[in-house]
Write a protein that binds this ligand. Structure first.
Ligand code: GLV
Ligand code: MG
Length: 299
């Protein structure tokens, strides 16, 4: 699986020491992870390891073994079930000590904080600002559903009986606000029915529509769906680029220094430029190309 993961078109790979790793397998898994990180071959993927949460007895060994062994080849640690800012702070302190001891650049290793229970959600803003290492806030739907006693076993899908909206909207929005307020990435968690790609797309589509940056995949079969869902539609990407070009032209001397103009049937202004920038940035990051660029009117 690790060898195959190196070749797949995902933006990030995380190697798990937490819930996908049985307690008896954890000591060997730490060694496998260190060896795989040091072996390289990950291209430009972010290389992340999920350690166990601070309420277990495993966290400090996960961190020291992995970071001492492979810190030079590691981008972030993922901290699951974060409940308080202090838990992020504790990881920051431990990382700083290891970085100093090993001669790594201090602060190089980032933290991805997973919000997986009610306490974590209540404290999400403090968690987001607990350390400059925090890069990403992740929703952990499975643990979260268990933590709030949600009456369902199907992760990400609406709980049976709830037919008046999206049962995850409040949680997703809280995470998204904490991420956007602090310039962090917001990432949606796993969809466990790995053969149901339509189901994956449906659930991913909701967080993508709100503004989330991406979603976990558990299986190679989910990767194309994730890349597609979190990228703009081709027509929206082209429209966004056209808004940017048109707005730049019309606000210029040559374009008449106009702040609000018509682009087709639509009025565009500075706020349109900001919205367009979001879509164009996502499109450019996904390598999308323009087919029919806007051209200024003949002088
Ligand atoms: C992921 O860790 C989850 O609990 O959904
Ligand atoms: Mg979890």
């Amino acid at each position: 699986m690790i060898d195959k993961a190196r070749t797949l078109p995902a933006d990030q790979v995380f190697l798990d020491l937490e819930d996908a790793c049985a307690p008896l397998a954890k000591p060997d898994a730490r060694k496998t992870i260190v060896a795989s990180l040091n072996e390289g071959g990950w291209g430009d993927k972010a290389r992340v390891v999920r350690v166990n949460d601070w309420t277990t007895e495993w966290t400090y060994r996960d961190v020291t073994e992995v970071v001492e062994g492979a810190g030079a080849n590691l981008d972030c640690l993922m901290l699951p079930k974060v409940q308080t800012a202090e838990q992020v702070h504790a990881l920051d302190l431990l990382l700083t000590q290891i970085e100093k001891t090993m001669g790594y650049e201090v602060g190089k290793i980032g933290i991805e904080a997973q919000i997986e229970n009610a306490q974590g959600l209540v404290n999400v803003n403090a968690i987001a600002t607990a350390s400059p290492r925090v890069e990403t806030i992740i929703f952990g739907p499975a643990d979260f559903m268990a933590s709030i006693n949600m009456k369902s076993l199907v992760v990400g899908e609406q709980p049976p009986g709830y037919d008046v909206g999206d049962a995850y909207h409040y949680i997703l929005m809280q995470i998204l606000m904490a991420a956007r307020a602090n310039d962090l990435q917001a990432i949606d968690g796993p969809y466990l029915q790995i053969r149901d790609v339509d189901g994956f797309k449906r659930v991913a589509g909701r967080s993508a529509a709100l503004g989330f940056d991406g979603k976990w995949v558990l299986h190679p079969g989910q990767i194309d769906a994730a890349n597609e869902t979190y990228s703009p539609l081709q027509e929206d990407y082209e429209h966004a680029e056209n808004i940017l070009d048109a707005y730049e032209y019309f606000t210029s001397e040559a374009g008449g220094r106009r702040g609000a103009v018509m682009l087709g049937d639509e009025m565009i202004d500075e706020a349109s430029r900001k919205m367009a920038l979001v879509i164009s940035s996502k499109g450019r990051a996904a390598g999308m190309k323009r087919e029919s660029p806007w051209t200024p009117p003949e002088a």
